[in-house]
Design a protein around this ligand. Structure first.
Ligand code: FES
Length: 148
């Protein structure tokens, strides 16, 4: 069995199986690779178009290749007021990409997020779902340097 098959197979008996499989794939690869999506369609007995429809329906699932580290800048009002725009520009400059893009080496993807429920410590970014609080330009450098 391929790695994709093992992951998908592990979700076959779960309630909401194909969505659970997509979650598990995304946890592992940060997105749902096309080949894995085809495999999920096959194992769950739906057409590839249906599987693609499910994967693209949920905004938190991604079918485009993403980096090993997915950085998401919270853009909701409290973070916005705390300087999310400037911080976002800092991140773009540091990584050499625009929001929505992935670095050429496949290391970082930069995206926007809605409030992640940590408004007491704005501005907030998340990296692979781990939140970082009160992020300043200086802190950002350290955070990025820690992403090996
Ligand atoms: S607005 Fe950014 S964490 Fe709530």
């Amino acid at each position: 069995m391929t790695e994709y098959q093992v992951i998908i197979d592990g979700c076959k008996n779960l309630k909401g199986g194909i969505i659970e499989a997509f979650h598990a794939l995304q946890d592992k690869y940060n997105y749902i690779p096309a080949e894995a999506l085809r495999e999920a369609a096959r194992q769950f007995g739906v057409s590839e178009a249906e599987a693609y429809g499910v994967a693209t329906f949920y905004s938190y699932l991604a079918v485009e290749k993403r980096g090993r580290y997915v950085i998401r800048m919270c853009e909701s009002a409290p973070c916005h007021v705390a300087g999310a725009d400037e911080l976002l520009k800092e991140i773009e400059t540091a990584l050499g990409i625009k929001t929505g893009e992935t670095t050429a080496d496949g290391k970082f993807t930069l995206e926007l997020a809605q409030c992640v429920g940590q408004c007491q410590a704005t501005p907030v970014i998340t990296i692979n779902s781990q939140p970082y609080f009160n992020v300043t330009k200086e802190k950002l450098k350290e955070i990025l340097a820690d992403c090996k």
